[in-house]
Design a protein around this ligand. Structure first.
Ligand code: ADP
Ligand code: MG
Length: 585
């Protein structure tokens, strides 16, 4: 049964605690529960109607209403209009819909001719009234904080224009799938009350040359008409990858589309009220032209949530699900290392399904356990479950952080985490690049050697802690990175005892697969074997140096690993605090 239409509620005279009492004493006929609006409408048995504010994720009301068999209607929408109202207008809406379809059918053929080729098949979605808000996105506080700034701009662009301030046009959201990139983009639109125009970049590119470019044009012209607004381009790597690589001259269509996108990005004025957000989990393959100032010059990382973040996300996704009293979301957060927001949403949803299937009133631990089993079986293997593996990863990451702190100062360490990153097995240590190197563009021998030692530090830590025979493949990516640098040192920069010679031949090998048409080396075999020896030698010495550093800091190594295993992430501040008095340089 739904409430009668145009049901108007007076704002509450009675308090939240009265409400709880009233539920218990059976004075209430029905409760209309709006978790996202943080309020509830209450219909009393004596006919009184009231609107009472509730808490975020108010399990208590859900629980009491369910227990006392009060009629409970949950509405996840943020908008005022009650279900009753929408039911009343449903009839009208249907008539309207039929009319629209009829009109559309008769004109669409005409329209497609009139508007030309690419236009009629545009696959972008425009949402005028976005319901998502920042409190729907949990566990990514840094990204959310950075993005909130954009809201002021979209709401009051004049403020910025008057000051002559420039606002970023393009923001790149980088992170593994399911971490909430789309959700964040929508939240900005929702919070600012502007339309959300979105497309998946893969939709741009089709079989016919020219369609992609025309779709990009179309997207931007529609967005301009709607300004201020957000344009969201998902999977931007599918058109934005580097041009001119790949055998056979690359994909013309993709390049044209990318060029058009660049033109459009440059084409709208700085403060025109449009912000373009793009998402990817492969920032490394993007064309440098996309990242230039005035285009996607801001990069915001959206990471997998840590323990606390996961707890918050679980909470967001149980707003309208009654949990049994003894369910501790913190415990479930600790069981779900490596889960993305989407995985966690899925977990709560599956749990609700298990609960409904058993016809229980409350979701209990067993439901969640079953749901977790079901999900993890199908989940990618990067989720770390074994404590042993976590420990190995932690030693790898802390090792790198310590060597970096010794080589480049404590401030060079930005963040250590054992949460897996997209596409890699292990955790992740974020190091700050050296400002001097970036601004001068000069690469010194010392710099390269320190890079190599840091890269080999994971292997060094494992060797020291677990012994020569127990080392794992955990650090393979870092090792191949190190080897590449060593090779460049020797063969490109002339930084070794081989002397100041350059052995790499410039260009040409990009287009042709290496190995297929490889040029014969201009050097004698003897030189080549000396080069190989030198590469091996530098690598071994670097590993030794790395091990020396870690041996000197063994206490710190173990201590930080303990902390990391507990907290999963150590941020810059914490790292500094823990290392400052203990680091042996
Ligand atoms: P992405 O774009 O990064 O792949 P989405 O934003 O599409 O991820 O997330 C998919 C769904 O997963 C969302 O609709 C939401 O239900 C859930 N989700 C993902 N991240 C979060 C988060 N940080 N907080 C709450 N829910 C999330
Ligand atoms: Mg997405």
């Amino acid at each position: 049964m739904f409430f009668k239409s145009k049901f108007s509620y007076s704002n509450s005279n009675s308090s939240y605690s009265d409400l709880l009492l009233d539920i218990d004493s059976g004075n209430i006929e029905a409760i209309y529960f709006y978790p996202r609006r943080r309020e509830t409408d209450v219909l009393y048995k004596n006919g009184k109607k009231e609107r009472i504010p509730i808490l975020y994720n108010d399990q208590l009301i859900l629980e009491k209403a369910t227990e006392n068999k009060v009629e409970l209607t949950i509405n996840n929408s943020r908008k005022e209009s009650s279900t009753a109202n929408s039911f009343a207008s449903l009839g009208l809406f249907l008539i309207f819909l039929v009319a629209i379809i009829l009109i559309f059918r008769s004109t669409s053929k005409l329209a497609s001719r009139a508007f030309g080729f690419g236009k009629n098949k545009s696959k972008f979605i425009i949402i005028e009234d976005v319901e998502t808000r920042f409190d729907d996105v949990a566990g990514v506080p840094e990204a959310a904080a950075e993005l909130k700034e954009l809201i002021t701009f979209l709401k009051e662009p004049k403020k910025y224009t008057d000051l002559g301030a420039k606002v970023p046009k393009g923001v790149l959201l980088v992170g593994p799938p399911g971490t909430g990139k789309t959700l964040l983009a929508k939240a900005i639109a929702g919070e600012s009350g502007v339309p959300f125009v979105s497309i998946a970049a893969s939709e741009f590119v089709e079989l016919f040359v020219g369609i992609g470019a025309s779709r990009v044009r179309d997207l931007f012209s529609q967005a301009k008409a709607k300004s201020p607004c957000i344009i969201f381009i998902d999977e931007i790597d599918s058109i934005g990858r580097q041009r001119g690589s790949g055998i056979g001259g690359g994909n013309d269509e993709r390049e044209q589309t990318l060029n058009q996108l660049l033109t459009e990005l440059d084409g709208f004025a700085d403060n025109s009220g449009i912000i373009v957000l793009a998402a990817t989990n492969r920032p490394d393959i993007l064309d440098a032209a996309l990242l230039r100032p005035g285009r996607f010059d801001r990069k915001i990382e959206v990471m997998l949530p840590d323990l606390d973040g996961r707890k918050k996300i679980l909470s967001v996704h149980s707003l309208s699900k009654p949990l049994s009293k003894n369910v501790d979301l913190g415990y479930w957060a600790s069981r779900t290392v490596g889960f993305s927001g989407a995985d966690l949403a899925n977990l709560m949803n599956e749990s609700a399904i298990h609960c409904a299937r058993e016809e229980s009133k409350f979701i209990n631990d067993l439901h969640i356990e079953n749901a977790l089993d079901k999900i993890t079986i199908g989940l990618r293997t990067t989720v770390i479950s074994s404590p042993n593996m976590k420990k190995i990863i932690a030693y790898n990451e802390v090792g790198r952080a310590i060597v970096s702190a010794v080589k480049n100062g404590i401030d060079s360490v930005d963040k250590i985490t054992i949460l897996p990153r997209a596409g890699t097995l292990g955790g992740y240590t974020k190091l700050n690049p050296d400002e001097d190197v970036i601004s001068s563009g000069l690469i010194s021998k010392k710099l390269l050697l320190s890079k190599i030692e840091i890269a080999l530090a994971g292997r060094a830590a494992e060797t020291i802690v677990f012994g020569e025979n127990e080392i794992t493949q955990c650090s393979i990516n870092d090792i191949s990175y190190a080897t590449n640098i060593v090779r460049e040192m020797v063969t490109k920069y002339g930084f070794s005892i081989i002397g100041p010679i350059s052995i790499v031949s410039e260009g040409s090998d990009v287009f042709l697969g290496e190995g297929l048409f490889r040029k014969k080396s201009p050097f004698a075999e003897n030189t080549c074997s000396r080069i190989d020896k030198e590469i091996i030698n530098i690598s071994k010495v670097s590993l030794r140096n790395s091990m020396d550093i870690l041996n000197k800091n063994r206490y710190l190594l173990d201590k930080l690993v303990d902390i990391l295993l507990n907290l999963e992430t150590i941020d810059k501040k914490k790292f500094k605090k823990e290392t400052f008095d203990f680091l042996n340089v």
